[in-house]
Every structure is written in structure tokens, then in C-alpha cells.
Design a protein around this ligand. Structure first.
Ligand code: HEM
Length: 658
């Protein structure tokens, strides 16, 4: 009932209230299943036999371990520690039953569900959410006699004070009826009243004496060897190990910045960021600089969910597979055009970025941006440093050179539009540009022209830089670990031995080593290792209070270098992702971010990198130049290999097809 299907998330019920209501729901269900009962004063155990529902059995076991009758309040408060687990178990169960769908980024919707409709005998023309909602509405807005389960649901909604959010046009008459429904059944009377009583003491949640946020002395940072290696995730891992998950530090003459780092912080962000943080602010100035307003990183709520659905579709596995042939051919074309052959030297940062830009712009936008790319990269890097990271003064984004570079975007957007005239787009696979232009035409308020230009031209430039930089690290690790690269090559030889695979032949089991190779590179070199958020509602993380409106640096990648999450974290080890180790299942693994803004291009990114890496392994062996080269990282604005990194193509293993 509290799911808002427009925004893909739940109406925000205050945390403690939600905990109490969750336990109320469990007790109510246990009473409907005749495991507990109430005499108004107490709740007592009737039968300790398991129900088969993990969420209920978790609480039933605890009640059975202390079977003497207790006040309802006792159980609601005592069991509330389990409420987060109960919510997780229940949501997973509903997803498993295909009643709900979980979308990347923590969004949920309900489905049309045949078996459920058959069970409850209603036409499956509406989603489960709509069906339950109208069922409960009927009880509230008519005089029908409620089923006990429905009256319990209404009682809990009332206890959480969300009836006004859920039912439109709730008048005095309906409010009185809700109060009446809450009193009809004994169990409802007891539970909803207790939840309401317990929940109105939320001050308890805010009163623990919070600890001051530790300030990190500059020397701890300056003397840290990871700073000198420019490995910021490792630096923050080290600081989190020493100072805990919340700390602050600042440069001289600057206000200290607050950081969250490590697995506990990741866990908190994944669960709570949506309630307490907003992502809007950090990107606003950057948007203004580009003349855009309210782009994806700044969106929250329903419009964010709507835009993400489009992005996830465009960057889906299915769409990538549609373009597999093109990807293979374009990658070869680039290597031939750039004369990659035995003895060639690659300028890794430049060449990998050019390659991914070439691939992405051709496949997603049918456009060539290679001649503009260098200027666009330079504009992006400087603009991010001035307007997002706050490391450079803002005027440096407005120099004549920067203005000239920025004009390249308009030129690029014009090119893309010219390549997408309706007449050119019949009988072709729909790509990013088609989707965005169509949405702009049908809903110009949702994607106004000022945003369309940015989304068509600038966003793909950012994405191709990230992909290129990731590929740079992958190439370096292939050169540094020829034994592991040989395992990737074995996969490549299998895949390409009879020519290019069709989309049906290119299945995940064929590139399992490559997949794990990429996962390990994402762990060691998380390109976007920090997410910026602002505190929208005051909150407490691990006993530290985060001030309202404060900008928070969430270093989700710090955990990648913590031995609590990853055994020997500095070791390149692709087997850590195999069962039973499955180290990526830890909240510490977060290369795609943690919350609702988690990378929407993840599926595309993985396949794109896999295909490119397999082709490289198939055709070439790479060597670092010099052989003992020690990797240096460029940490800002996102991680990349340094401009100085060179690799030599040691051997060309196959000829390119004519
Ligand atoms: C190795 C390359 C990449 C990495 C490591 C990466 C990682 C991330 C991370 C950490 C975020 C969350 C940012 C935040 O929390 O503020 C993000 C957002 C996003 N990424 Fe990626 N990304 C990569 C490449 C791509 C590519 C190639 C695409 C598209 C094809 C893409 C599409 C997106 C989108 C659309 C968002 C914004 C989602 C939202 O705001 O809801 N990313 N990415």
C-alpha cells in the first residue's frame, strides 16, 4: 500500500514508525495464522509451529523463546530490531513470486500476476498494486464490511499516518470510518493503537548522544603513501580503518568536507540515502554552466524513475546484442585505421578514449565525433574540477579557450540532429538519439530543448571517457598479468574461431573469465569512486549526526581496499568472484554507486568492455613500456591511467579480415 508506483519507491514513513508498523504487520499475520492471540492487555503464544514464511518465523521463534504473555508494546519494541530484515525478506519474496519487480537502483513496481489474480478471483487487467489499492479504497469509501486482513492493513496505514498520502480526497466522514475500522477487531485495536503509541516517541531516535565527527589531521593524509600513489580509494580505505566510517577533513583555508567511507557507510547509504539525501544540488551549477536544467543526476522521485526507465532500456543487454555485429566491426575498423600492429606503441589514455568514443558515437548516435573529442574532453575535465569537485576556481571554466571548446558541443549536437532526420530513421535499429528526440517531441516539458542538446552531445562524451578510462586500466592489467590475459585469450579464441558469433551464440558462460577480469579492474580502479549528496533531512550515521544541507562525499569505493570485504585487497585476483567466495556480494563492492542513482549503463558498460577486451586479446599481446613500469593514477575528476602510460603491442596473433 505504501508503494508509490509513479516514483517507483515507498511513501516516506519515518524510520521508527515504519519499524513499529512492520512488527505490527508481523504480529497481525501471526494472529491470522493462529500463532499468537491477544486479550487486549497482552499478546501471548498459541502455537510455535513454523509458518514457512521466513519473516514471520524470525519473530515467532523469538516470541516462543519467551512465551510468557507480554504487553503488545514490549514485542513491538523488542522485535523492531528485525524490521529491516523483515522488509528485505518480504520484498525479495514478493519479487520471487513475481508480484513485484525490482528495478536497478532500488525502485519497485507491482506486476500483472496471473496466479495471484486467479487465487483472489479478480480480472488480471490491473496490476497487483492497483487491485489491492482499489480493494482497500472500497472499504474506506463504502459501507462494506471489511475482511479482517483489510481492516488490519487500514489500521497500520492509519498508525503510520499515511492515509492522506494514499487516499485522494479523504473527508471527515472517511476519517471517522477509518477510526471505526481500526476498532472493529480486537487484534487490530491492540496492534494499531500500540503502533501509534510507540511510534509517537520518535524523539527516542534522535536523542542518543551523538559523537562529534572526527577531524583528520592533514599530516595523516599527507604522510599516507596512497596519496603519493594517487590511489584515492586506498587512501580513504586507510582513513576509514583508522577513524571510522564518518570523518571530516579539509585543505587549509577551506571549510572541512564530510566523508562517508567503508562497508558500514556503504550499507547505510544503500538503505537510507533516499530518505535523507538529495542528489540534486551538486550538479546544478554544472547544469547552469551548460544552459541545461534538471538533468538525470539532479532528478529525484517520479521524473527520475521515468527517465531511468528509458536509460536502462537504451543501455540494456538486449539493445547491446542488437548492435553486437556493429560493435565488432567498428572495433576492428578503429584498430586498422589507427594502424595497431606488432611493435605499435599505444598512448593508452588517449587511444582507449578515442576508441570508446568512436564506438559509442557510431552505435548510439550514428555520428562521428573524433575530430571534436579532444576539445570536449578538456572542457569536461576542467568544468568538473571547477563546478563539481570545487578544486579549481570557477572563473577557470570561463576562459576564452574554454568558451571555444564549449562551442564544440553545439556543433556536435547539430551533427547528431542532422543524422536523425525522420527520413533517415526508417528501418533502422532505434538508438539513444532516436529515443531522446522522440521523447522531446512528445513531452517537451520533460525533455526541453535546452536539456536535449546536453543529453545528446555531452552525456555520451562523459560516458565514453569513463569507458575509455576503464579500458585503459584493463589493458594495463592484461599487460601486467600475461597469465590471466592468456585465460581471456582462450575465451576469445573459442568465441572467434569460426568467425564472429551471432547474438545467440555470444552467451555469458563463454566469457566468464573476461567478466571477472573486468569486475576485478572495476574494484581496483573504480572510475567514479565518490558520489556527492546533500543532507535533505537530518540523520545519524553510526552515531554521528550529519548537518542539514551539508554536502557529503560518499566514498563508496573505499571498501574496495579494505580487507574486511576483500581478501588481500591489493592483489589482482579474478577468482574472488567465484563461489563460495563471492566477495562482490559484500556491501563493499560498489563500482556502480549505491543508491537510486546507481549506474544506469551498467549492462551496456560490461558488454561493451567485454567485447572490446576479447577482440584485443584475440589480436594482440601487450607489454608495459618500460617493462617494470609502476602504474600511476590520475585521480581527478575521475580515475584514469596517466597520460604517460604507454603499452607496446608485442605480437599480433591474428590478421584482420580483409
Ligand atoms: C566504467 C565505466 C563506468 C563506471 C565505473 C560508472 C559508474 C557510475 C556510478 C558510480 C554512477 C553513480 C553516480 C552517483 O552516484 O552520483 C553512475 C551513474 C550513471 N551512469 Fe555510469 N559508469 C560507467 C559508465 C557508464 C556508461 C558507459 C553509461 C552509459 C552507457 C553510464 C550511464 C550512467 C547513467 C545514465 C548514470 C546516472 C544514473 C542516475 O542518475 O540515475 N555509465 N555510473
Amino acid at each position: 500500500m505504501i508503494l508509490n508506483e509513479q516514483s517507483g519507491y515507498f511513501h516516506q514513513v519515518e524510520g521508527w514508525t515504519l519499524n513499529c508498523a512492520t512488527i505490527g504487520a508481523v504480529l497481525a499475520d501471526l494472529s491470522l495464522k493462529s500463532r499468537v492471540d491477544t486479550d487486549e492487555e497482552t499478546i501471548f503464544l498459541l502455537d510455535s509451529t513454523k509458518t514457512g514464511d521466513d519473516a514471520l518465523d524470525l519473530c515467532l521463534a523469538e516470541i516462543a523463546s519467551n512465551p510468557s504473555p507480554q504487553e503488545p508494546r514490549y514485542w513491538i519494541e523488542r522485535l523492531s530490531v528485525h524490521s529491516e530484515d523483515i522488509i528485505d525478506i518480504t520484498l525479495n519474496h514478493l519479487v520471487h513470486l513475481e508480484i513485484m519487480t525490482h528495478h536497478e537502483g532500488g525502485f519497485y513496481t507491482t506486476n500483472h500476476c496471473d496466479w495471484y489474480a486467479e487465487l483472489l478471483q479478480y480480472p488480471n487487467s490491473e496490476t497487483v498494486g492497483k487491485y489491492i489499492n482499489s480493494r482497500i479504497q472500497r472499504v474506506v469509501f463504502t459501507d462494506s464490511i471489511p475482511d479482517p486482513r483489510d481492516s488490519l492493513i487500514i489500521g497500520l496505514l492509519n498508525a503510520c499516518d499515511v492515509t492522506n498520502l494514499i487516499f485522494d480526497e479523504l473527508g471527515e466522514e472517511q476519517e471517522q470510518r477509518i477510526e471505526l475500522i481500526c476498532k472493529i477487531e480486537k487484534i487490530n485495536r491492540v496492534i494499531s493503537t500500540t503502533v501509534k503509541q510507540v511510534a509517537v516517541a520518535p524523539t527516542l531516535q534522535h536523542s542518543p548522544i551523538t559523537k562529534p565527527i572526527p577531524k583528520i589531521p592533514l599530516t595523516s593524509v599527507i604522510l599516507n603513501r596512497h596519496l603519493w600513489d594517487r590511489n584515492l580509494p586506498a587512501l580513504f580505505a586507510n582513513l576509514a580503518e583508522r577513524y571510522g566510517p564518518v570523518f571530516q577533513m579539509g585543505l587549509p583555508f577551506q571549510k572541512p568536507r564530510i566523508f562517508l567511507a567503508g562497508p558500514t557507510a556503504n550499507h547505510w547509504v544503500r538503505r537510507n540515502s533516499r530518505r535523507f539525501m538529495t542528489s540534486g544540488n551538486y550538479f546544478r551549477e554544472m547544469e547552469m554552466l551548460c544552459g541545461a536544467n534538471n538533468l538525470l543526476p539532479s532528478m529525484d522521485g517520479a521524473e527520475h524513475f521515468r527517465m531511468r526507465k528509458l536509460m536502462v532500456k537504451v543501455y540494456s543487454n538486449a539493445n547491446f546484442y542488437e548492435r553486437l555485429d556493429d560493435m565488432l566491426q567498428l572495433t576492428r575498423q578503429f584498430m586498422v585505421d589507427q594502424k595497431w600492429q606488432e611493435g605499435s606503441e599505444l598512448e593508452v589514455q588517449r587511444d582507449t578514449r578515442l576508441l570508446t568514443n568512436f564506438q559509442m558515437f557510431k552505435v548510439l548516435l550514428s555520428t562521428d565525433a573524433q575530430d571534436l573529442f579532444e576539445d570536449l574532453v578538456k572542457w569536461n575535465e576542467r568544468a568538473l574540477l571547477c563546478y563539481v569537485a570545487d578544486f579549481l576556481p570557477k572563473f577557470m571554466a570561463h576562459t576564452p579557450v574554454m568558451n571555444r571548446r564549449f562551442r564544440r558541443y553545439a556543433e556536435l549536437a547539430r551533427r547528431i540532429e542532422q543524422n536523425h532526420l525522420p527520413i533517415q530513421r526508417t528501418d533502422v535499429v532505434r538508438e539513444l538519439a532516436d529515443e531522446l528526440i522522440a521523447l522531446h517531441n512528445s513531452d517537451p516539458q520533460f525533455i526541453p530543448e535546452q536539456n536535449l542538446l546536453f543529453m545528446l552531445a555531452a552525456t555520451p562524451v562523459f560516458q565514453s571517457i569513463y569507458l575509455g578510462d576503464m579500458l585503459g586500466f584493463i589493458l594495463f592489467e592484461m599487460a601486467r598479468h600475461p597469465d590471466v590475459a592468456a585465460r581471456v585469450r582462450e575465451e576469445a579464441n573459442q568465441i572467434f574461431s569460426d568467425g564472429d558469433p551471432s547474438k545467440d551464440e555470444f552467451t555469458p558462460d563463454q566469457f566468464d573469465v573476461s567478466r571477472r577480469f573486468i569486475m576485478e579492474c572495476l574494484r581496483l580502479y573504480p572510475i567514479i569512486g565518490v558520489s556527492l549528496r546533500n543532507v535533505a533531512n537530518s540523520c545519524i550515521v553510526e552515531n554521528h549526526s550529519l548537518p542539514l544541507r551539508e554536502k557529503i562525499y560518499i566514498v563508496q569505493s573505499a571498501a574496495h581496499y579494505m580487507s574486511d570485504c576483500f581478501a588481500e585487497p591489493f592483489k589482482f585476483d579474478i577468482d574472488r568472484y567465484l563461489a563460495p567466495r563471492n566477495e562482490h556480494n559484500d556491501p563493499g563492492y560498489a563500482p556502480y554507486g549505491l543508491d537510486a542513482h546507481k549506474c544506469a549503463g551498467r549492462a551496456w558498460m560490461h558488454l561493451h568492455l567485454t567485447v572490446t577486451m576479447l577482440l584485443m586479446a584475440y589480436y594482440f599481446e601487450f607489454e608495459p613500456l618500460p617493462k617494470n613500469y609502476r602504474l600511476k593514477i590520475e585521480p581527478f575528476p575521475a580515475l584514469s591511467v596517466t597520460r604517460k602510460l604507454r603499452l607496446r603491442i608485442g605480437r599480433q596473433l591474428h590478421e584482420f579480415p580483409a
